[in-house]
Design a protein. Structure first.
Length: 443
């Protein structure tokens, strides 16, 4: 995938690598315009350097870290639980179509499963060992995870509750954890302070002024968990079955699970807290919104399945479960059945036409109907040393290239801001690449 978000990130990372600009904020969220921290840009940047500005390098980096996540899942779950649970949860992670899709392209939420699992691991190690290094790592990884996506904030309350215990005894380590968090979050915190808490206010508005349909909270809770099951298993459960599963998890957390199974209770408390708070969000709930909860949910399921092995027909039931799970997820591995659209090559071809037809250094590029998808063409033009004016520049260009990716309104007189601001009166060039039309306009 190489769409608008990937093009925007590639431009920013290229400028980091060329020492031109070091951003203090990250990408804005797709809803609410809440800015993330810049961690993802710096973390993934080396892969653009290794691949010599080929944006496929960024996707390779995400794929590699996602593969490492599968291995770490086994190692961590084996340590926190046992080998049988580690095998089961790792198999669920490895064949999950949702996690596979998230591992195949560059995007900040795609690394959240890995960082969430590591964060919870460091939380547990902090509590059990009381070693300062784990508190420092916990503070750092909480910061990293929040910068990957703000939905990680929903798992903070149970983590705070876990750390309330023995507060005086652990005060110095808690202070180290806080300082670690503040250090790695400082660019974003300074941004928020300098802009009258813009991020904080916009984040609150996501929930107080939700654009989603107004519905009963319990209906929203049910739908939130229903969506999780659909994205986790590749199958849309009956709502009654879905609610029964949630009730069983709650009962297990409060009644059945022995006190000695502290690790499982920690995972379930984080899981329930996320589902509860996420239910207040009334907008559409996409698969990547659940990225941080997939590994937690699979660990809970692995614990349940592991207990079945003690039953008479338990192993057969687990076998049937995995056959169904792999089949339901496998039919959604679209990359095995559908030829890729080769978006990087498409962007290159379009950028090459623009490059060959630029006659004035003061030119700009826009795309219709997706206004921000032009970043993919801008990226290649920039690395080829023919940089267009910035997207939001108020300087008027002398040439405008419009990439019409779908059926567009007439180019002359189009109400799109960039076209209207340019005020063209003549089309002086027209080209076609596959199903995309490119127009050159002058005033």
């Amino acid at each position: 995938m190489f769409l608008g978000d990937q093009g925007r990130d590639a431009i920013i990372i290229k400028r980091i690598l060329s020492f031109e600009h070091f951003p203090a904020i990250g990408a804005p969220t797709s809803v609410g315009q809440v800015y993330l921290g810049p961690f993802y840009y710096y973390f993934i940047a080396p892969w653009l350097l290794f691949f010599r500005n080929n944006p496929a390098g960024l996707a390779f980096g995400v794929a590699l870290f996602s593969t490492i996540f599968v291995l770490l899942n086994f190692v961590i779950v084996k340590e926190l639980f046992n080998k049988r649970i580690a095998y089961i949860s790792t198999a669920l992670v490895a064949f999950s179509y949702s996690l596979i899709e998230l591992s195949r392209f560059s995007w900040n939420p795609n690394l959240l499963p890995l960082f969430t699992l590591l964060t919870i691991y460091f939380v547990i190690k902090s509590i059990k060992t009381n070693k300062w290094i784990f508190y420092v790592l916990t503070g750092a990884f909480i910061s990293f995870s929040i910068q990957l996506h703000y939905l990680f904030l929903f798992v903070i309350p149970p983590i705070i509750i876990l750390f309330i215990r023995d507060f005086k005894k652990r005060f110095k380590n808690y202070l180290l954890m806080l300082l670690s968090f503040l250090f790695f979050s400082s660019p974003l915190l300074v941004f928020d302070l300098r802009h009258q808490f813009l991020n904080t206010n916009n984040f609150i508005k996501l929930f107080t002024q939700s654009t989603g349909s107004k519905s009963n909270f319990f209906i929203s809770l049910s739908q939130t968990f229903l969506n999780l099951n659909k994205f986790s298993f590749g199958f849309e459960f009956n709502s009654v079955i879905s609610i029964l599963i949630l009730i069983l998890i709650i009962i297990g957390f409060t009644v059945i699970i022995p006190r000695k199974q502290v690790n499982l209770k920690i995972f379930i408390s984080i899981f329930l807290c996320f589902i509860l708070f996420f239910s207040f969000y009334g907008g559409n709930k996409y698969p990547h919104y659940y990225g941080l909860i997939y590994p937690i949910y699979f660990i809970i399921i692995a614990n349940i399945l592991s207990d079945l092995t003690a039953q008479k027909f338990g192993k057969y039931l687990i076998g049937l479960f995995f056959v169904a799970f792999i089949f339901l997820n496998g039919v959604k591995y679209s990359f095995l059945f559908i030829k890729g659209s080769n978006q990087i090559n498409q962007s290159k071809l379009i950028a090459q036409i623009i490059f060959d037809n630029v006659k004035d250094p003061k030119f700009t590029v826009t795309a219709l109907p997706e206004r921000f998808s032009d970043s993919t063409y801008r990226y290649f033009l920039e690395i080829w040393d023919k940089r267009s004016l910035e997207k939001e520049s108020i300087e008027r260009a002398n040439e405008l290239f419009v990439v019409c990716e779908k059926d567009c309104l007439p180019i002359i007189g189009n109400p799109d801001w960039e076209i209207a601001f340019f005020a063209p009166n003549k089309i002086v060039g027209e080209w076609k690449v596959n199903d995309v039309k490119i127009y050159k306009l002058i005033r």
